[in-house]
Write a protein that binds this ligand. Structure first.
Ligand code: KG4
Ligand code: ZN
Length: 408
């Protein structure tokens, strides 16, 4: 499967300000960036980046509960935007933030919380110095995505500015190319990278290997057949009695086990490690953990030591599996760089191991900074700015702000 815009070149542009919106999962995020130049002289500066995590709300369900995520995004977006108010600048005022067309009736019934807070927000009457709105159009949780898309649509109509639909995965890719994630307003160039490059995108919702032929030209060459890596971490962590999202907690136990040389209580499978393709499967690992935990409980051996040992073996099984597929993709891909992104890319042990792999192949590795390894709107604003192209904007103006049913 491929997506993107093969051969897109960034034309020379005057500075422009982009508002990014991200609601694909359980983070409600907004960011404001400014970009200028094109090609090698492309630069951006981060004006602000805000992330509201819903993780605590979902913790009682042990995973993201879509209806709750949707409602929470609806409640959060307008107040979050208000926090950006002092950064938004001004281009004058509009007389109203009232429904502009019949589509807003659909939004009112689909996202009542969003509709209500939006139409009551007088601060939205001030038209900001924003040139474009970039919004995540997918992949992600459908009900959650639509809140962000509807928000973008209402803002676009109120302020009369165009919307750029952004692929969430492209966001993770370009996010890893930022030198700094600090909202200090300083101009920065993106890290230099040669294509084709390999990206490993790993989070609670996705596990993909992507061949990047160029910015805007992507090919998915491997993906999970069932659970995503982060999901496997979270489910395994839950079985070990750890809070949600359990990935970082499980990683901590695994690290303690390695540091104190706690041995592994049982061996876990390395799923699909010998398959000829570049696909993954992680649901079997969760089942193996379930049986191991049950057996230990029955034998009265479900101790802290056991949990640490099992966490160590779980992490090793995940790392071995990811590393073997990355090896396979690098072996026949003629890749010039390795990019990792998504929430699980924050995992130190995985990072260290993949850094060694990249060294073996003599290629650089690009990892996102901590603040943007998980979902955020900074990467969405950046991906949006990179895809702005004169004729594309023509298309967006012609159809996008009226009816945001993007096909990518
Ligand atoms: O990208 P992200 O913030 O949200 C999406 O799922 O799209 O990723 C969150 C996932 C969760 O499953 C979380 O447990 C996992 O990333 N995660 C980690 C670590 N930090 C976050 N998994 C393993 N080790 C970590 N250090
Ligand atoms: Zn993500």
């Amino acid at each position: 499967m491929t997506w993107g815009r093969p051969g897109v070149r960034i034309p020379y542009r005057a500075p422009m300000i982009i508002l990014g919106i991200e609601t694909s999962c359980d983070e409600t995020a907004l960011a404001l960036i400014e970009t200028r130049g094109s090609g090698e002289s492309f630069e951006c500066r981060i004006i602000n980046s805000l992330i509201h995590s819903q993780a605590k709300l979902h913790s009682q369900y042990g995973g993201v509960y879509p209806a709750l995520a949707k409602r929470e995004h609806g409640k959060t977006l307008v107040p979050l935007l208000e926090k950006l108010k002092s950064d938004l600048g001004s281009r004058g005022f509009t007389s109203e933030v009232k429904p502009r067309d019949l589509d807003w009736n659909d939004i009112k019934s689909q996202n009542p919380e969003l509709f209500e807070s939006f139409t009551k927000a007088d601060f939205l009457k001030e038209i900001p110095a924003v040139d474009y709105i970039a919004v995540t159009e997918g992949p992600g949780l459908e009900p959650a995505l639509w809140v962000g898309i509807n928000f973008a649509k209402m803002l676009a109509e109120t302020w009369q500015i165009p919307v750029i639909p952004v692929n969430h995965m492209e966001g993770h890719i370009v996010g890893s190319l930022l030198e700094s994630d600090k909202p200090d307003g300083k101009w920065q160039k993106l890290k230099e990278i040669n294509f084709p490059a390999l990206a490993l995108l790993i989070s609670g919702g996705h596990t993909e290997l992507i061949k990047i032929n160029n910015i805007g030209d992507y090919q998915i060459i491997g993906q999970t057949r069932d659970d995503a890596v982060g999901e496997a971490y979270d489910k395994a962590a839950r079985l070990l009695g750890l809070p949600y999202p359990g990935g970082p907690h499980l990683a901590k136990l695994a690290q303690q086990a390695r540091d104190s040389n706690i041995s592994i209580p049982i061996s876990l499978p390395r799923p699909m490690i010998d398959s000829k393709d570049l696909n993954f499967s992680f649901s079997g690992l969760k089942t193996a953990i379930l049986y191991a935990v049950r057996k230990a409980e029955q034998a009265g051996e479900f101790t802290d030591e056991f949990k640490k040992g099992l966490a160590r073996e779980f992490e090793q099984a995940v790392v071995d599996t990811l590393v073997s597929k990355v090896h396979a993709a690098l072996d026949d891909g003629n890749m010039n760089a390795l990019i990792i992104g998504g929430g699980v890319s924050a995992n130190k042990y995985l990072n260290q191991t993949l850094t060694k792999v990249a060294l073996e192949y003599g290629i650089p590795i690009f990892t996102p900074s901590q603040h943007i390894s998980g979902d955020n709107a900074l990467m969405i604003a950046l991906a949006g700015s990179l895809q702005i192209k004169t004729e594309m904007l023509g298309l967006i103006r012609a159809s996008g702000t009226k009816k945001l049913g993007f096909d990518s």
